[in-house]
Design a protein around this ligand. Structure first.
Ligand code: NI
Length: 181
């Protein structure tokens, strides 16, 4: 397993729509393991493949607390089948938008179908933090970020701040807008 560099706002890679995965094989499982290791290292509770520069419809989630046994979940080609009318609000953050948090309102429960790491079709009825996390990560697969769910004023401020941070990076690091693969 290896830790992969994270793609950070405003990198346009984050706006790509990820492609469906056609085959669940060893290489894909290796990517899932690398994503989990990268997520644990950050640390975070969810990560989509595009955040490590792979435009594939796969995401990983682990909601176990620090003192609990790890509970890694791999979701391949996840698809929301149903969303509850009821809403819930969580303070969200994103490994691609470090140190920024904002309250986001989303459906409180979702039914999602996906393939597991063995390529087996599964369905989950998620609620609470798992429902929010799944929606946040599935958004990533469609090039959507959690800041797209907050006010334009707040979003513009965050994007401006990250554009400035990218510009001010020492030479040798990637320029704003440059793709990394
Ligand atoms: Ni995120």
């Amino acid at each position: 397993m290896s830790i992969k560099p994270l793609i950070i706002l405003p990198d346009p890679v984050l706006r790509q729509v990820s492609k469906p995965i056609e085959r669940v094989d060893g290489a894909l499982r290796k990517l899932a393991d690398d994503m989990l290791e990268t997520m644990y290292d950050a640390p975070g509770i969810g990560l989509a493949a595009i955040q490590v520069g792979e435009p594939l419809r796969m995401l990983v989630i682990d909601l176990a607390k620090e003192d609990e046994t790890p509970a890694p979940h791999v979701f391949i080609n996840p698809e929301v089948l149903d969303s509850a009318d009821q809403r819930s609000v969580y303070e969200e953050g994103c490994l691609s938008i470090p140190d920024y948090y904002a309250e986001v309102e989303r459906p409180a429960a979702v039914r999602v179908k996906y393939l597991d790491r063995d390529g087996k079709l599964q369905e989950i009825e998620a609620e609470g933090l798992m429902a929010t996390c799944l929606q946040h990560e599935i958004d990533h697969l469609n090039g959507v970020l959690f800041i797209d769910h907050i006010s334009k004023l707040k979003r513009d401020m965050v994007v401006k701040k990250f554009k400035k941070l990218a510009r001010d990076k020492p030479s040798g690091s990637k320029a704003p807008g440059k793709l990394v693969g």
